[in-house]
Design a protein around this ligand. Structure first.
Ligand code: SAM
Length: 319
């Protein structure tokens, strides 16, 4: 945290220069709107919103009265030009979407790119997004994730995409609508190993918020068990694919076990019969593994010696 930041003196101490403020808004609970986001939305000249009626509710809630303009999927190129002109004329413009972070499975990227291209400032005001909200409570130990957003609507394209994602070595995060959640759950159950961990976040931060963790094979039954499980907004994540054990790793493990009981040549011959690899290669590998282990053992011994306290001079018990 930057303790010298003007925000230490309260968010109002931040000077609001002309520029585009990309402001994240709540994904369900109004009180999740951050202090800085509230301050910026109250002080900008213009708010460009995906749906002006939806955003009016939020702005009224915090007593903000900016000029509200529409910037959505269908008018983004035109809206971008007019926003650039406003900033050039010295205005402060906030960009918001219906919920969460603009640009995350939402419009916004074209406006942001146009402001960058015009050489004008783009300032992030971060906050909620369904993807990070789910990941924060999912409990996956794999730190990397891949944000996929919405899968293709057509069944074949969706299944093909899932077959690729099933091999991901990072956690995969999906957005899904209530209309397609059942089909997606069936496709996930078919594409993933039965026990692959899936976490479902339903209506996160809202009144009927629900988190469910299960194996991929159990997801369709959980959805079928209660009509409420199929209602509302969904974000899902599934765990990374288990790392494949390479041929070399397998051969090393086998050689290790055999060398502990047998002479190296004999161990290499048996490992060759078991793996189909060449006995000579395995022999050399076994020697290299043994040499590596001996080096490690010497290094460990040196570490222990370095950690030991220096010998005490004088007889035991002397002061
Ligand atoms: N920009 C948003 C964000 O930052 O997460 C996402 C917008 S995208 C059009 C809407 C989708 O996000 C929903 O269909 C759902 O998949 C997911 N989503 C949004 N709010 C959610 C919530 N409260 N709980 C679960 N998923 C949510």
């Amino acid at each position: 945290m930057d303790l010298e930041h003007p925000e230490r003196r309260g968010p109002e101490a931040e000077r609001l220069e002309p520029g585009l403020y990309v402001v994240a808004t709540p994904i369900g609970r109004l009180s999740d709107l951050g202090l800085r986001a509230t301050d910026v939305l109250r002080r900008v000249d213009v708010v460009a919103a995906e749906d002006t009626r939806t955003s009016r509710v939020l702005l009224d809630h915090i007593g903000a009265r900016p000029t509200l303009v529409a910037s959505h999927e269908h008018n983004e190129a035109r809206a971008a030009q007019s926003i650039v002109e406003r900033i050039r004329a010295g205005q402060r413009v906030a960009l918001i979407s219906d919920a969460g972070t603009p640009g995350i499975s939402d419009p916004g990227a074209r406006v942001v790119a146009a402001v960058h291209d015009a050489g004008l400032p783009v300032i992030p005001v971060p906050g909620p997004a369904a993807v990070t909200t789910l990941l924060s409570v999912a409990g996956f130990t794999e730190p990397r994730f891949r944000f996929e957003g919405f899968l293709p609507a057509r069944p074949k394209a969706r299944r093909d995409r899932l077959a690729q994602l099933a091999r991901s070595d990072a956690v995969v995060v999906l957005y899904e609508s209530p209309h397609r959640i059942v089909e997606t759950a069936d496709d996930l159950a078919a594409a993933l190993e039965p026990g692959r961990r899936v976490v479902v976040g339903r209506e996160l931060t809202k009144r009927f918020e629900q988190l469910h963790r299960c194996g991929a094979a159990e997801l369709p039954a959980w959805l079928a068990a209660d009509p409420d499980h199929r209602r509302g907004e969904f974000v899902l994540a599934f765990d990374a694919a288990a790392a494949e054990v390479s041929e070399v790793q397998l051969a090393d493990a086998l050689l290790d076990a055999l060398c502990a009981e047998l002479p190296v040549r004999q161990a290499a011959r048996i490992a060759a019969r078991a793996t189909g690899l060449r006995a000579n290669d395995l022999y050399r590998r076994a020697l290299a593994l043994r040499a590596g282990r001996e080096e490690e053992a010497v290094a460990d011994e040196e570490d222990v010696e370095a950690d030991e306290p220096p010998p005490v001079s004088g007889s035991p018990g002397s002061a």
